[in-house]
Design a protein. Sequence first.
Length: 558
Amino acid sequence: MAIDSTLSSTPKILIVGAGPSGLTLALSLLRNGVPVRIIEKTTHPRIGQRGAGLMPRSFEVFGLLGIADKVIARGRSIMKLRLWKMPGGVEVLKEMDMQTDTDPTPSIPYPNMRLCGQNNLDAIMQAELKEYGVSVEHGVRLDSFKQFPDHVQVKLSKQKLSTEELEHEDTSYDYVVGCDGAKGVVRKLLGLTFLGQTTEENFVVGDMKLEGLSDDRWHHWGDISDIFTGIRPTEDTGVFNFIIGGTKFENHAEVAANDEVLKSFIEEHTGNQKDMKIKEFITYGHYRTNIRMVNKFWEGRVFVAGDAAHIHSPTGGQGLNTGVQDAFNLGWKLSLVTKGLSPASLLDTYNEERLPVVAEMLNITTGILNATRAAPTGDDAWKRTGALKQLGVNYRWSSIIVDEPKERLAQEGKPHCATSAYYVEVGGEVQAGDRAPDAMALARPSRREGTTSLFKIFDASRHTVLIFSDRIEGYQPFLSLVKAYPSELVRPILITSAGKGFSTDCDVFVDEEGHAQDAYRGPECTSGVFVIRPDGVVGARVGNVDKLVRYFKGVFRG
């Protein structure tokens, strides 16, 4: 998809940091026709795996960005966990599944967690970025910024090639987004708090080339209350990721400073496996676990996302995935405001929607960390199921969603009980604010083009309005309202049952197997219209035209 030719090629948004959060935001904005500039202070692309666990919800985001198939092909499925008996470390204590793989369903096409290192994920996303004519500018750092009512003035610096001198740049952007990690400058310059705690555990994490250890198991020795070593095969043949850590890992600085010391330490703490040979270290470094989050995600025209806004224990594999969702939530809103199609107040909902989700995520991952401390060989410490798949992350409380059935119940004195921001029943009644489920076997009335699915219809650059003709008496008023908006902003889709007649000039799909009807059934099938936001979230479920008007008034200008 090319950048909208009606827009200036001058970047409107500066993204600081080119990890998965920054790259997701860049792709989201570009798909929405907003030129961006993305800078990264490191002088070269990422080396090493770092966070590799990708959750089902992230694959749905990648699908809307057009890269899900590439990420799936590059990664690998999660393997069994093998716990080695200590002391000694050469006898297997037990093996367990970290997740039970399930088959795709009509509403959940990506049901399982997969592994793909950040180095490989970044490469896929940067290649996609180049399709828009944009490349990450490495070796460029943000020194300072100053906010004004209509722009942000920034000072950048870049080291000249083959010299120690710096090139300085003073320029301006409509908005700046910090995706520059927990130690980044944007949050600090913005003056946001980063409250939380630093835990007792120290870690050394990295990648190495290794022979003689099975690559179909995730190996683990020891426990976090003492010293543990974990070695995980990656999607790159012969390359293993390792993590050493624990509350008694006191010589971490020495271990992280020397290849030979590190090699000896790993061999000693894995029982000197007979056939295991460490060939080469690719990258490694020391860190301590911090559990922190910002008090808010923005100030004025500057925002933060990903690790710049929240960090936590590595248990649970939620960090990268949460950052991707931060960026995707912000991207469509920022594009509409930048193009003057929505009021600036729409950006307030980025903070409103994401802050409760992140707060609950920190509680979940901290709970897993505590379970790992208490029972390092127990299932609760290692299972990656349920809420961790992130399919239940929702924004049911958001001020811009419209949910007519819930409003009607409230008027009758039967308000819905408060729900988790992180988990709702997947496959249950879909409410406004929830993840929009997929539905297979949708066919054009002619049936000449085969079938498609809702995930192939949804669009990261516009709202999709699903109108179930069987539930609405006279769907034309809904169509008329939706078609009053530019087609590049809102697309109406009429869904009808097999054998039903219809007469309309919008896109019509026959729900041949009833999957769409089932996924979007609503309370007693009373909700006939569902608005799907560009981030794959249900923005509204209504059966009344006035309620649909209210939703769009809350999102668009005019």
